[in-house]
Design a protein around this ligand. Sequence first.
Ligand code: PLP
Length: 420
Amino acid sequence: MKAAVETLTPLRSKDPFDVWSIRSDFPILNRKVNGKPLVYLDNAATTQKPMCVVDSLRRYYLEDNSNIHRGVHYLSQKATEGYENSRKNLCGFINAQQTQEIIFVRGTTEGINLVANSFVKKRINAGEEILITGMEHHSNIVPWQIVCQETGAILRVAPINDKGEIILEEYEKMLSPKVKFVSLVHISNSLGTVNPVKQMIEMAHAHDIPVLIDGAQTVSHMKLDVQDLNCDFYVFSGHKMFGPTGIGVLYGKSEYLENMSPYQGGGDMIKSVTFEKTIYNDLPYKFEAGTPNIAGATALGAASDYINKIGIDNIYAYEQDLLAYATQALLSVDGLRMIGAAKNKSAVISFMLEDVHPHDIGTIIDSEGVAIRTGHHCTQPVMQRFGIPATARASFAMYNTKDEVDALIRSIEKAKKIFR
Ligand code: PLP
């Protein structure tokens, strides 16, 4: 355990928090991989979990396990309390107006599919349009393609420039009266681009078009205020914000959610059922059919508390510093080319190394204990836009350090020597 920690640089006075202390909350960061200290730089795929999240899961199963909402007995009330308190935490975390606007879903993907099915599909006709951008994750492309196939609507794509930024003028021009819905990624998982979503939402609203924001890459990296953004829907996944897999949030403005039909039918989403007629439950339960991921939802509340304790603005400042350091270090590697050079970037760096296939780079780097992701990152259209099959991607979180960036550079240099 000690060895990995000892490789870290001591706290510098300008660091907004003590990264050593944060790392000690994440036991997995102390493990070795291939005999080397783990350097985990695959945070855009999923983040590691702090002890408070693991403890919450353990506590739930060891002490409170019971089904929620339906029981009068002690354990059922305890489980319900944990689940609903977490909803309150998350409401505060994203500054939603009311807890009924927080719907627990499996993750970003399910949240988008819910809105596609229960909202957009019901409101769109053949020949009308859904607008996305050229840097969407497949989760924010395929559900809309399915809606288009089923309704005859058309999927339009706002283009991006060579830096991987949205071309705002083109986006604005595409907001024609035919567009009935806009769905935008907040931060691109393959390019790191932070989109000016507030401005883009305003532009869409000027034409009375509702907007969904895919915040999968946002919640653990920068402050989120859904009321300030004025988005109509916002989705994110727990596992990308130090929480468990299989749990996430769909935020929706209650005026929309109230008028939407349920995504799935079953227990808990009803007030009364007869064979003739079912009366649906109130928000948010109308959208939470069946026994939910109680342990996951409860632990997601613990994850949001953990982020709040460190302070999201501190995390943002720390990661921006790390991004600047990593960008400079990577650019100094001869033959390395970065994909994605947006002015406003999150701590995600996609790169190519001469003509070495990214998978080969990933494999060599892995033998040094450095975990990065290689491939299309579920953004094949982005790869097509840049005329490449795949990239290698290092993505950072608040527990990463400059020493780990140095380890990445050393491992890339090693890969270069092998493939030269
Ligand atoms: N959107 C973006 C931008 C993502 O990065 C991801 C996952 O990588 C998703 C959506 C899908 O998230 P999930 O698989 O947790 O549903």
